[in-house]
Design a protein around this ligand. Structure first.
Ligand SMILES: *[C@@H]1O[C@H](CO)[C@@H](O)[C@H](O)[C@H]1NC(C)=O
Length: 381
């Protein structure tokens, strides 16, 4: 039986490796590399070229492509913005950050991997698809800059100079549209696990990803990664759904911070567990609608900022959504977590588009079981 099955799998394997499932939320309609013949790069150099060229591609990663030592190391100035213990992150003095923002901090010299600070460029019309539960990129992240129609699915992005802030991001998007980031796994990153730059990121969904903050070094000295998700573009339209945030201490996500910009972020059915810090951090210009999430042992589910975030937990609060989006919101669930203050229902007026109104949102009671079984790698392919 087993042998027969194995032969069958080998023969038909190429047919099984386009993106799995259907993008939903803002990224609905994204096709990535579409029907391009799936192919696996034979080297780091080939992967680098395939990601960045202008050919539509379905790039299948069959293992972890390890860039960690590929470009050697460099030594430079750093500072110590955090004096807590144990194991605070240090900050590489990128763009004079230490002088500009941490001028009182002690300085030092650090050696880190060069590969981490220059991400791989990703062009338009690409599907990047991992095969199995241990495929992806290590020691270097991805950068989308003004590109569109991209699917990133079932890959791990890990181990990018984790000790050092400014050591590298896992996924940067600076201007882009139609991007589906689904069923991936992020851990041990120096700076952001995901981040949007100042260019607008529209028609984009982050779904079913694992953001594992568990690591040795952190800005908060509690073994929990602070720099999880940062959405700061000039007009971001993003769905953030069914993700699993575990042992993170900040930016889950942080939204905005630039006067004159706006971001509409629909956050639903995520499982936030064991956050010894904060989850949602809405700053100026942001509108964040938070529905059907389960906050389990989250110290601060919502920071009070200058942005607008609405996290309904009662039936009166869920009903208040109707006048904005034509339906009640789905209640969030809080267990062993801090309370919600400064709840701003006006945030809902950023979600009057048909996709947000028609979103299929589970009860928060079902989120823990569903997300633990379905998020991350090794599930869809
Ligand atoms: C992506 O594909 C679309 C549709 O085929 C095409 O119009 C566009 O030029 C492609 N983009 C790039 C950068 O190749």
């Amino acid at each position: 039986m087993f042998r027969a099955f194995a032969i069958f799998a080998v023969v038909f394997a190429p047919l099984a490796v386009t993106a799995v499932g259907t993008p939903f939320g803002q990224a609905a309609g994204t096709t990535g590399g579409g029907s391009a013949t799936p192919a696996t790069p034979s080297s780091l150099a080939e992967l680098t070229t395939w990601l960045s060229d202008s050919t539509a591609r379905v790039i299948v990663l069959n293992k972890v492509f390890d860039f960690t030592s590929n470009e050697g190391t460099t030594t430079g100035k750093a500072c110590k913005p955090w004096t807590c213990s144990p194991n605070p992150q240090l900050a590489i003095d990128a763009n004079s950050w230490c002088e500009n923002y941490e001028s009182g901090a002690a300085t030092t010299t650090v050696t880190y991997n060069k590969a981490g600070v220059t991400p791989l460029k990703v062009g338009s019309n690409k599907t990047i698809l991992g095969s199995g539960s241990n495929a992806g990129i290590k020691g270097k992240g991805l950068k989308i800059s003004g590109a569109s129609n991209i699917i990133i699915q079932n890959i791990k992005i890990t181990d990018i100079n984790a000790q050092y802030v400014w050591g590298g991001d896992a996924l940067q998007i600076d201007g882009g549209s139609k991007i589906w980031v689904d069923h991936n796994y992020f851990q041990h990153i120096g700076r952001q696990m995901v981040v949007t730059g100042y260019g607008a990121v529209t028609k984009t969904t982050f779904s079913n990803n694992v953001f594992n903050g568990d690591g040795t070094y952190s800005a908060t000295c509690n073994g929990q990664h602070y720099w999880v998700a940062l959405f700061t573009g000039a007009g971001d339209q993003i769905t953030f759904a069914l993700n699993y945030l575990y042992k993170t201490s900040g930016r889950g996500p942080h939204v905005s911070g630039t006067s004159g910009y706006y971001q509409n972020i629909h956050i639903y059915n995520n499982y936030f567990v064991s956050l010894d810090g904060h989850a949602i951090d809405p700053e100026v210009g942001s509108k964040v609608l938070v529905e059907g999430n389960y906050f389990n042992s989250v110290k601060t589910p919502l920071l009070s900022g200058d942005g607008e975030a609405y996290i309904p937990t009662t039936s009166a609060e869920t009903a208040s959504c109707s006048s904005y989006i034509g339906r009640a919101c789905v209640a969030n669930k809080l267990s062993s977590s801090g309370s919600i203050s400064t709840n701003k229902v006006n945030a809902a007026n950023g979600f009057t588009d048909s996709i947000s109104k028609a979103a299929s949102i589970k009860s928060a009671d079902d989120v823990s079981t569903y997300v633990q079984a379905n998020a991350g790698v090794g599930i869809v392919n």
